[in-house]
Ligand binder design. Structure first.
Ligand code: GAL
Length: 672
């Protein structure tokens, strides 16, 4: 289901239940302040279980009725949460199976949040019961906009039920124990199992290094959570089939394959907490945030997503929590919109007087008033979003895709080779994203299961694992005219982590046209070099020694014992081409190389020659195109425009160029 609302959403997490005794004052004030700040959406009920069900089977929705009515009366929509992110103490006492067990097999005590066992039948039942009641009660309520299931789902419980489910999952995947032993290469260290019952989840007091076990456990944990999401959403989908479901995700969270989670929800949303510094370092912060936005859009098939949380001022959980300098909150909000979000939401609307988040940034902070810089800046975002309302629901149409795959990441995280424990997969993918952004390309992030047919270029750095069918998909993509750019440490293992051999070569070998002979790991004081088009570039950390089979070398190493061996090649394959970079290098080469490749292939950026610090994205509403020029630098920049464009906020026409002040975003529309 596609979510669409005619306005961009502006609001955040709202916990009126913490102010139950101040309904006549605080609750009323909240609605007034929300209107003043241009807030049209609030997320309610996220941590409300103990108020909604104070005792087992005893429900009280009267206060939530009032909250929902207040929202409706004030023209505010509710992102209504299911409360499974945190439980009341009575629930854990009565149904101890809801508590997780640690990897060294110790049961947790009650406390904290986000720590339920997703295999607990009691938990499944209690969650379904309360969700059924919520859906029945509010199905026709005018405030109900969408469901926000749980909060920041995460996983990893090692209780006997989870072990049992893990074994069932293994049986379904491998069929027989012999097949599992073969796929896991269990002849190694004599670890051949005789039955599935002998298998335990990874643990520091048991098996902690077998890469195949670790990967299977991670895959199972995602599938077990997805199963829980289906259980949790079943009553919502049955009773309110037209109300979309979202879950707030955590960008590159290591424990879950979000591309799979994305298939279980209608809209992806995520919680964005960049560590803005207020100085030149904000450029890097902005580029990393851009990558995360694109990733979160990607996990739900590039549909518009929601920025479900962000801080309207400082957070309280970074080691140092600096204030945001004026303008940062507007930049943070518009950056989300620029990358495909249909919302700017905050954590939190009103700060509580106690609890560990009492000092976390809030629209209404601990002073309890609207007379704050934060409030004024939030209201400014509110007015900006109103002016940009035509953007809501618009889509991105990027021609360039970048591969980020959780299976690859997991496989590399646990691989005993090169820089053990520090293969830098995420950093590497980010470095390519940054290079593409600086060149003026909008980027879609995909994993190996995604459809590639809509792209002209796929950049796939460190695509270490070829999942089932991916090799064929890549071949079809390139032979059909697509361009593939891939790198060192790609195509080494199959979906079961078994290495390819010369007799059974990696599907990438045919595409790249090179044979990878050896791979060198360089420490942080050792560097190599290569030259290309008259420039000398540095090689760091990883250098592959390859022999071209059908590929044409474009650049070769100039030093170390592999001087003269190629490190950058191109291979024609069908109608398309495959570029291969054999060494890790610096941003200067990524920039020059991607510029060259795009030129060769005729794939043009949204804008040419962007000044340093500026990136650009586009969203399309039918034939209408909106361009977002983002300047994360500390000084004003000027961008060149091929045609006159309208600046949407001011409705002024910009001819030839447009000035973008420091840390700010210009939204431009093509002239009609
Ligand atoms: C999020 C969480 C919120 C709140 C926020 C503080 O991760 O979903 O409930 O704790 O962090 O920054």
């Amino acid at each position: 289901m596609r979510f669409h609302y005619p306005e961009l959403l502006h609001g955040g997490d709202y916990n009126p239940e913490q102010w139950m005794e101040q309904k006549d004052t605080i609750w009323k004030e909240d609605m007034r302040y929300a209107r003043e700040a241009g807030i049209n959406t609030l997320s309610v009920g996220i941590f409300s279980w103990s108020y909604l069900e104070p005792e087992d089977g005893v429900y009280d929705f009267s206060w939530m009725d009032e909250v929902m009515d207040n929202l409706a009366a004030n023209g505010i929509k509710a992102v209504l949460a299911t409360p499974s992110g945190a439980r009341p103490p009575w629930l854990a006492k009565k149904y101890p199976s809801v508590l997780r067990m640690t990897e060294n097999r110790l049961p947790n005590l009650y406390g904290g949040r986000h720590n339920a066992c997703y295999s607990s039948p009691d938990y499944e039942r209690k969650v379904q019961e309360i969700n059924t009641r919520l859906a029945e009660r509010y199905k026709d309520h005018p405030a109900l906009l969408m469901w926000h299931v749980s909060n920041e789902y995460n996983n990893d419980c090692h209780c006997p039920r989870c072990q049992e489910r893990f074994r069932e999952w293994l049986k379904a995947r491998y069929g027989t124990i012999e097949n599992l032993n073969r796929c896991w290469w269990n002849g190694f260290w004599s670890h051949r199992f005789t039955c599935f019952e002998e298998i335990e989840s990874p643990s520091s007091i048991g098996e902690s290094v077998n890469p195949a076990l670790l990967l299977s456990w991670r895959r199972f944990s995602t599938d077990n959570l997805v199963r829980f999401i289906h259980t949790e959403t079943e009553p919502l989908r049955r009773i309110t089939p037209d109300v979309p479901v979202t879950a707030n995700l955590m960008h590159t969270f290591p424990g879950l394959d979000y591309f799979k989670v994305g298939q279980a929800i209608d809209v992806s949303s995520w919680d964005n907490y960049p560590a803005w510094t207020g100085d030149a370092r904000d450029l890097a912060v902005s580029l990393e945030t851009a990558f995360k936005h694109d990733l979160m859009r990607g996990v739900c098939d590039q549909k518009p997503f929601l920025m479900m949380e962000s801080s309207p001022s400082a957070v309280n959980w970074h080691t140092i929590n600096p204030l945001r300098k004026p303008g940062t909150i507007l930049y943070q909000g518009l950056q989300a919109i620029a990358h495909g979000s249909d919302s700017v939401q905050y954590f939190q609307f009103r700060a509580g007087r106690g609890g560990s988040e009492q000092y976390h940034g809030a629209v209404i902070d601990r002073t309890g008033t609207a007379n704050t810089r934060t409030f004024r800046e939030v209201a400014e975002v509110g007015s900006a979003l109103k002016k940009l309302r035509a953007i809501s629901g618009s889509e991105t149409r990027n021609e360039v895709a970048l591969l980020y795959d959780w299976n690859v990441r997991w496989a590399l995280d646990d691989a005993w080779m090169l820089h053990r424990g520090n293969q830098k997969y995420e950093e590497t993918v980010l470095s390519f994203h940054t290079a593409l952004s600086k060149l003026g390309y909008g980027v879609d992030i995909v994993d190996e299961t995604c459809d590639l047919s809509r792209y002209r270029v796929l950049v796939a750095p460190m695509a270490y694992m070829m999942r089932e069918g991916f090799g064929e998909k890549l071949k079809a993509f390139v032979s059909g005219g697509g361009t593939l750019v891939t790198t060192y440490v790609s195509g080494w293992v199959n979906e079961e982590l078994l290495t390819y051999m010369d007799a059974d070569p990696s599907p990438l070998q045919e595409l790249t046209g090179v044979h990878v002979d050896e791979c060198d790991a360089l420490d942080d004081v050792t560097f190599g070099h290569f030259s290309w088009k008259g420039h000398r570039y540095r090689v760091k950390e990883v250098a592959e020694l390859v022999t071209p089979l059908t590929a044409t070398p474009l650049a070769s190493y100039t030093d170390r014992f592999y001087a003269c061996k190629p490190c950058f090649t191109v291979n024609d394959f069908g109608e398309g081409s495959c570029y291969y970079l054999g060494a890790r290098t610096d941003a200067d080469f990524l920039h020059d190389m991607l510029k060259y490749v795009m030129n060769e292939e005729g794939v043009w950026p949204l804008l040419d020659d962007l000044p340093d610090g500026v990136t650009v994205t586009a969203r399309y509403q039918g034939e209408k195109r909106f361009l977002f020029a983002m300047n994360a630098a500390m000084d004003e920049k000027t961008i060149e425009l091929p045609d006159a464009m309208h600046e949407v906020m001011t409705d002024k026409l910009c001819y030839e160029h447009c000035a973008v002040p420091p840390l700010s975003i210009r939204v431009l529309r093509d002239e009609e």
